[in-house]
Ligand binder design. Sequence first.
Ligand SMILES: Nc1ncnc2c1ncn2[C@@H]1O[C@H](COP(=O)(O)OP(=O)(O)O)[C@@H](O)[C@H]1O
Ligand SMILES: [Mg+2]
Length: 246
Amino acid sequence: MRRQTADPVRFAERVLGFAPDAAQREILRNAESRTLLNACRQWGKTTTAAALAAHRLVTGAAESVTLILTPSARQSAEILRLVEDLALRAGATPVGASTRLLLSGPGGARVVGLGASESSVRGAPRGSLLVIDEAARVSDAAYKAARPLVTAGGGSILALSTPFGPRGFFWREWTRGGSRWRRYRLPATACPRFSPEFLGEEREAVGDPWFRQEYLCEFTNLRGGLFPLEWIVRAFRDDVPPLELP
Ligand SMILES: Nc1ncnc2c1ncn2[C@@H]1O[C@H](COP(=O)(O)OP(=O)(O)O)[C@@H](O)[C@H]1O
Ligand SMILES: [Mg+2]
């Protein structure tokens, strides 16, 4: 096996074949605790998450268990295939099969893909890191079932997504989840990989509301509504206890 690097950024540079940008480097180095990454389409969310998981798989010991939750078992398996590929490029041969949603690394670290249903999440092992990709489309039930798998043992959560309207746990944690979460918002306009020409063409092709969701990372209410979303979000207060009716 080739020399392994303890630094996830150096590892990512080596196996991805390109240099992660500043925000990606920050995520790779600081994936501890609770992180919400609200980034545009094609930003590199899945790639960054897979590089992080591969680094842990290749360098971690048995207590390193990375759980991958997505809207479907098929998507989780796809990420595991990517993780497996990156580990191979690092010179490590993971044991297990991405199709069976389990990979083991040379030091005993594991990456486990979860199914999307609440019951399949419940059967999963405890993890040190929970990665939730396409988080805005993962059900609240699956999120609630997965949380204690990591939080009970002091593990971390990294949720990555493009917004999908004012609904679901990703939106709730983003707007009302309090100071436990570190939040990153990465619109395409701040990403050097998207040219103004491309973005102009996309805005014309998909329409303004969809463009604001997909590229500007706004929790746009695409169904249309009486009030702008910002007014509704601002109307929520945490200092007023909910009215409990008998
Ligand atoms: N820093 C980067 N430099 C060059 N290409 C990148 C970078 N980050 C991501 N990419 C590429 O962008 C594409 C989209 O990445 P992906 O992870 O699928 O995006 P997302 O999950 O955010 O939609 C991939 O081909 C990936 O290799
Ligand atoms: Mg993706």
